[in-house]
Design a protein around this ligand. Structure first.
Ligand code: NAP
Length: 298
């Protein structure tokens, strides 16, 4: 239980509703900032303006998955209010106050450093990334179906990268009957791809390996699907780039060549906001409980 813990939830989308629900169940005291247009009332949660929050009493701050933008503004889907997270606010919080977000950026990194507060990036955790790969795969399948006139079954798919997303994508497309090859650079990844019954290739051979594919799914957050790689693909190839913005594809060249290339960020929040929210909510509940427990023991 989180009885006695004061958590400020600042902004976010539908995923944050699952976080509010979970933390309310656990009896945390919640201040909701940027939720004034939300009809749903949560017992134990109070909607407030950011300037009404007593930060000296806040044990934890939960930001949306992206954190803030580079100017410190927090995205608020349920409000028209412009909400900024500033150093002044963080300096008012108790020293133990921890800030949670999915990912970070230059603004947040600098803010946490200057305010000297602990920042937890939930999406860096393997468990969160692996759970999140499930709705990501479902979203990828949706995009491929929407943008092709052939079945996934029997199609030739190249998946680039065997990380948490790449592995789930490769496995799911193979299970749907696609002929999946996976490109990686580490020999242990080549071994794992072989063990999974898929066709492995080294990324150095990418240009050679794309000459016969129907679909290319990139999960590598670096420029790998270059103009020269795209120039070797059949004209009907669909490229779906899952890597975080700006992706790893030369979109300008793909367009010039008439190859459909789509950057598809944030799929879990789009195709399954409830599940994506629960993934975040469950791990937050664990982390906040551990934090509270540790402070009580001190
Ligand atoms: P990950 O576990 O870190 O995997 C990344 C993969 O990329 C690894 O196989 C890694 O290989 C490879 N890689 C990284 N840098 C490389 C380089 N310079 N050259 C060749 N290979 C390289 O990450 P993940 O959790 O799978 O996520 C992959 C990407 O998808 C991230 O950008 C993430 O933000 C994004 N993502 C998108 C969605 C969405 O909805 N579109 C959802 C979740 C995640 P090594 O081990 O050899 O470095």
């Amino acid at each position: 239980m989180l009885t006695g813990m004061h958590v400020a939830i600042i902004g976010g989308d539908a995923r944050q509703l699952e976080v509010i629900r979970k933390l309310t169940e656990l009896d945390a005291k919640l201040s909701l900032i940027g939720f004034d247009q939300l009809d749903h009332g949560f017992t134990g949660a109070t909607k407030v303006q950011i300037n009404e929050v007593d930060f000296s009493d806040v044990d934890a701050i939960i930001l949306p998955v992206p954190g803030t933008n580079l100017e410190g503004q927090v995205d608020t889907v349920f409000s028209n209010e412009k909400v900024f997270l500033t150093e002044e606010m963080l300096l008012k919080t108790p020293k133990h106050c921890t800030i949670y977000s999915g990912i970070s950026n230059r603004y947040l990194d600098q803010l946490m450093k200057s305010a000297n507060r602990k920042h937890v990036q939930l999406f860096e955790r393997d468990d969160v990334a692996i759970y999140n790969s499930i709705p990501t795969v479902e979203g990828t399948i949706m995009i491929v179906i929407q943008h092709t006139d052939f079945t996934i079954h029997g199609s030739r798919v190249a998946v680039l990268g065997l990380g948490r997303v790449g592995m789930s994508v490769a496995r799911a497309f193979a299970a749907l009957g696609a002929k999946v090859k996976v490109g990686a650079r580490r020999s242990e990844h080549i071994a794992r791809i072989t063990e999974m019954g898929l066709y492995p290739f080294h990324l150095n051979d990418l240009e050679k390996e794309v000459t016969d594919i129907d679909i290319c799914i990139n999960t590598i957050p670096h420029m790998v699907v270059t103009a020269s790689v795209i120039s070797k693909m059949p004209a009907h190839t669909l490229i779906v780039d899952l890597a975080s913005k700006p992706g790893g594809t030369d979109f300008r060249y793909a367009e010039k060549r008439g190859i459909k290339a789509l950057l598809a960020p944030g799929l879990p929040g789009i195709v399954a906001p409830k599940t994506a929210g629960r993934i975040v909510a469950n791990v937050l509940a664990q982390l906040l409980s551990a934090d509270l427990h540790m402070r009580k023991e001190k």
